[in-house]
Design a protein around this ligand. Structure first.
Ligand SMILES: [Zn+2]
Length: 334
């Protein structure tokens, strides 16, 4: 018995150590040149871009504080100019956090709806189901000691008023407390000029989030979009409607570009962005045809295999959920 206990304990401590060791792995970071003075920078599976001009740098998402500090150092060492602009793709915490690192030299630009998203929590909505399960003392709040998973990992980013409890309102607002708010906002289109260079931000509508911008670098013939444009990768979801995604991709593809730079995974070319749009058109047409022929959702999920996209990341894991989302939209509109 004692030997078994001892074995289990040592195994546990080994497993514990392994978990600890992997959590301590340094993030994968790097900077690659895209073309001219435009660069793409990586933090694990998140990416941002920056353009170097003689008067300073125009960059996109800061991603998080730790990465932002690293990037600030790299830019200072390699290019010896300050970051003058941070242009946000959207408000999500995993792209937009940490901008305060550049606040000493930069102006922050985002779509107007970013301000609404970052506004103080409003009302007193109930805790969502996953947080309700953690509320052991039933006070409709999640204490630090109760928090688990993402709520524990990002507790301070949820805790807007820093009272050491997370409310339903704070959860509805999201873990955006480390997002430095834009100092300049726009509605349809906004151009930033610096050191003889231009970057244009264009509003993408309500796909994914209601404050998404695509960045266009006309001289470099490049676009940068996080979470909407993907390269050989299906979107994480098609909320709120597939139509909003088609609109957003059409807005992007109407631009003159060669380099399709994304916030996650691979970068590619305009052809890749056209394929992403084609996927949305194919899935919409396939689902509409199925509904027209009287097929059930399950039948459509089985037959609409969209094989042209078999090599895309998430084809096997998310295609059926996309079909369900499109089915709900089309069926709901009938
Ligand atoms: Zn996002």
């Amino acid at each position: 018995m004692r030997l078994v206990t001892c074995l289990i304990l040592s195994l546990c401590s080994l497993v514990g150590f392994a978990t600890f060791a992997s959590a301590q792995q340094p993030p994968q970071r790097g900077i690659v040149n895209v073309t001219g003075q435009l660069y793409r920078a990586q933090n694990n599976n998140h990416y941002t871009v920056f353009l170097v001009t003689p008067e300073g740098v125009i960059m996109s998402d800061p991603i998080n504080r730790d990465f932002a500090r690293w990037l600030k150092g790299e830019i200072a060492t390699r290019f010896k100019v300050p970051v003058r602009y941070v242009l946000y793709t959207h408000r999500d915490w995993d792209h937009a956090s940490g901008g305060v690192v550049f606040a000493d030299t930069a102006e922050f630009v985002g779509h107007r709806n970013m301000l609404t998203a970052l506004a103080p929590p409003a009302g007193n909505p109930p805790l969502p189901a996953d947080a309700l399960k953690m509320d052991v003392n039933k006070n409709s709040l999640v204490e630090r000691s109760e928090a688990a998973g993402a709520y524990a990992e990002r507790f301070a980013m949820f805790d807007y008023n820093r009272d050491e409890v997370i409310s339903g309102g704070e959860i509805a607002r999201g873990s955006v407390s480390d997002v430095h708010p834009p100092t300049v906002t726009y509605t349809d289109r906004h151009t930033v000029t610096l050191g003889g260079k231009r970057v244009t931000m264009t509003y993408l509508g309500i796909a994914h989030a209601d404050d998404s911008s695509v960045l266009h670098f006309p001289d470099e013939r490049a676009v940068f979009s996080a979470d909407i444009m993907q390269v050989k990768r299906l979107p994480g979801g098609l909320a709120p409607t597939v139509g909003s995604w088609i609109d957003a991709l059409q807005t992007i593809n109407a631009m003159d570009f060669e380099h399709a730079l994304t916030g996650h995974a691979l970068a590619g070319t305009k052809k890749d962005s056209m394929q992403s749009l084609q996927y949305l058109l194919d899935i919409s047409k396939g689902v509409a045809t199925g509904i027209g022929a009287g097929r059930s959702l399950a039948e459509i999920q089985k037959t609409l295999t969209l094989d042209a996209y078999k090599g895309f990341e998430r084809w096997d894991t998310i295609r059926e959920a996309h079909i369900a989302a499109v089915y709900a939209t089309i069926a709901g509109a009938r």
